[in-house]
Design a protein around this ligand. Structure first.
Ligand code: MSP
Length: 640
């Protein structure tokens, strides 16, 4: 009988496009959802947008549009981004939807019905700022002005209040009986000490705000935005409607995944509302840390928001997903930099994971005629290690310790590399050919790699499919049982092809200023009709300086099978270009030949040699074929 598993993210304010913090949260939830699904659970994964309240009201007012117009526009960026990041949510809720409003009204109705005393009309007094249309906290008021210098007035507003104070002890009891209710434990300690000081009643309606769900029977009040927003977790399941099927199946939630700044709302207010309504409480509030820039929390007001859309466009979703999970210890804060991304990409992905895969497949391809070896092996050190680490991996995934789960996979990967070096299959092949012993060695390597990739599946779903199919394994077999040794078929085709993660020249990348500078939200054009990404304008094309050059000298680059160092004449001087064409051309046949180059690329270092340009060639299955140029065309001629 499959277990049900319900995971949610916070619903993000829709006043702005998502940034790295939102991306992280959705990727974490997605990895958990994918992992639970492949372990056989029946998963429901909810994300969405928080669309009411003052922030949205203000942002819209600034643009001179209605809040719903702003929400409709920004929500499109959310949808596009989650698609790009391969987020596999089952539902997306907007708090401006009718189903949500019905859920919120039902929650209030249930609370009032259970104990009419839990919600009462009262008065809220404080410093009110006309121009900001909000109450300003006492500690931000000086000489009757707020921090921005706006005048404030002592004002009394009539509100509805929720008797939160009554829930101080029931909450403490709940924490004591459910030590995992707030995770990680540091967050539990913070919240417990906060509640131990005694809770004050909470004002749950506003008359100073218009953009929200009107209070039942009192339309001059709107429901407090947090009471509204928190209810999304059940309104999305049909709470407040006549269809309770999803609610019965998935509530209570297994994990509400949120940032540490909003754990309090989820671990204090939300369970108190639910207790008051007689509904079961979620099983866990998991609080992740913050992405920082230069040790400051990324935030709109600080102007240091990081939106690494360029990284995702250039490298694809999977390397970025990997980076987010590998770089940040769940629960702790982490600084972001493009350099850190590139370093992880080159070291972990291009080098460790990608190279080992290419190397192994290449050996199988050339020793066993393009297939996996004919003999399997059931007793060897890689099998022992793979079997030993499986429970470690599962435990780390279970406790959201993704970084450690990946370390576990890396233990096996490192062992695979050690095993290859120790066995020297290339020597074996030379000495005794593709015999049974070599077959076992190579099969062990491929099988262990298959397990490493199955471990990576929730984090890098698309690349895992590709890697598994290159290995001759079934890309759909990533379930719980596929972590067990012995599943790679014998004598099935492998696919030796381009690297999965081509190395990136960090210095050149940074030099080309592709860095993710802290930027304001992308301009409107990216939110309206998206331009056709596959086309460029003539102006963009004209930026590329294509030139005919003559190759004056060519030599092999030491320790590289692919690279040649070329000295080319550009009409007004010579320059060095490193080109990956050595598998197809000998240095001798190139000298005197005319080719086309991209002349205005930033210099890049390849195997320690500075390359100043790129030679154009067609690529046939990864093998270069140079473009021919009429020998009569002088060096330096522009190509367009
Ligand atoms: N709308 C509320 C949540 C309501 S949930 C019922 C909200 N929205 S938010 O857009 O400000 O934040 C959405 C999520 O992103 C929160 O979990 C928040 O903690 C997280 N992050 C916002 N900035 C962050 C970082 N710099 N780093 C990591 N996550 C952070 O709060």
């Amino acid at each position: 009988m499959p277990q049900s598993f319900y995971i949610t993210t916070a619903i993000h304010y829709v006043n702005d496009d998502p940034h790295i913090g939102h991306m992280y949260e959705n990727v974490v939830a997605d990895v958990v959802a994918r992992h639970r699904r492949r372990m056989g659970d029946q998963v429901w994964f909810l994300t969405g947008t928080d669309e009411h309240g003052q922030k949205i009201e203000r942002s819209a007012a600034k643009e001179g549009i209605r809040p719903i117009e702003l929400a409709d526009r920004v929500v499109k960026t959310h949808h596009a981004l989650w698609k790009k990041l391969d987020i596999s949510h089952d539902d997306f809720i907007r708090t401006t939807e009718d189903r949500h409003r019905l859920g919120v009204l039902e929650l209030i109705r249930r609370i009032e019905k259970r104990d009419p005393d839990d919600i009462y009309a009262g008065e809220h007094s404080g410093w009110y700022c006309q121009s900001e249309e909000t109450f300003i906290p006492e500690n931000q008021v000086r000489d009757k002005r707020d921090e921005s210098g706006h005048p404030v007035e002592w004002t009394t507003e009539s509100n509805y209040f929720f008797r939160l104070s009554r829930f101080t002890q029931p909450l403490l009891d709940h924490y004591a009986a459910n030590p995992d209710f707030i995770y990680p434990p540091t967050r539990m300690n913070e919240i417990r000490s906060f509640v131990e000081q005694g809770l004050k009643d909470l004002s749950i309606s506003r008359t100073s705000i218009k953009w929200g769900i009107p209070w039942p029977g009192k339309p001059e009040h709107v429901i407090y935005v947090w009471m509204d927003a928190l209810t999304n977790y059940i309104s999305a399941l049909g709470f407040g409607s006549s269809d309770h099927e999803k609610l019965d199946r998935f509530w209570p939630a297994n994990i509400h995944l949120v940032g540490k700044d909003i754990v309090r709302f989820h671990a204090v207010y939300w369970p108190a509302f639910l207790m008051a309504a007689g509904l079961p409480l979620p099983r866990q509030i998991a609080g992740h840390g913050w992405w920082l820039r230069d040790n400051e929390k990324i935030s709109k007001s600080l102007g240091n928001v990081v939106r690494p859309y360029n990284i995702i466009d250039e490298f694809g979703a999977d390397p970025f997903r990997y980076f987010l999970l590998r770089e940040m210890v769940f629960g702790q804060d982490q600084n972001y930099s493009d350099e850190a991304f590139l370093a992880r990409y080159n070291a972990d992905l291009a080098n460790d994971l990608g190279n080992t895969l290419s190397r192994a497949i290449k050996m199988s391809d050339s020793y066993f005629g393009g297939k996996t070896p004919p003999t399997a092996c059931d007793d060897n050190e890689l099998k022992r290690l793979a079997t030993e680490i499986e429970p470690d991996y599962l435990r780390e995934m279970e406790t959201l310790a993704f970084q450690r789960a990946m370390d576990v996979a890396w233990r096996l990967l490192t062992a695979i590399n050690g095993y290859i070096v120790a066995r020297e299959p290339w020597k074996k092949f030379k000495e005794t050919g593709a015999d049974e012993s070599l077959s076992r060695v190579i099969w062990n390597v491929l099988e262990a790699l298959r397990i490493v990739w199955v471990m990576m599946a929730p984090v890098m779903p698309a690349t895992t499919r590709e890697a598994l199919s290159r290995l001759g394994a079934d890309p759909d077999r990533i379930g719980a049982d596929s972590l067990t040794w012995g599943q790679l078929a014998n004598s099935v085709p492998v696919r030796a092809t381009d690297p999965l993660f081509p190395r990136i020249d960090t210095a050149a990348y940074i030099g080309e200023k592709k860095m993710t500078d802290p930027t304001p939200a992308p301009p409107e054009t990216t939110q309206a009709a998206a331009p056709d990404q596959s086309k460029i304008s003539i102006d963009e094309f004209m930026k590329v300086d294509l030139r005919v050059v003559e190759i004056r000298a060519a030599e092999k680059v030491e320790k590289s099978k692919k690279l040649l160092k070329l000295t080319v004449f550009t009409g007004d001087g010579e320059r060095t270009i490193v080109a990956g064409i050595a598998t197809k051309y000998t240095p001798e046949e190139l000298v005197g030949r005319k080719v086309v180059i991209v002349a205005n690329l930033n210099p890049a270092k390849l195997m320690g040699i500075e390359s100043n340009g790129m030679v154009l060639a067609a690529s046939i299955d990864g093998e270069a074929s140079l473009l021919s140029v009429d020998p009569a065309v002088p060096a330096g001629t522009k190509v367009k």
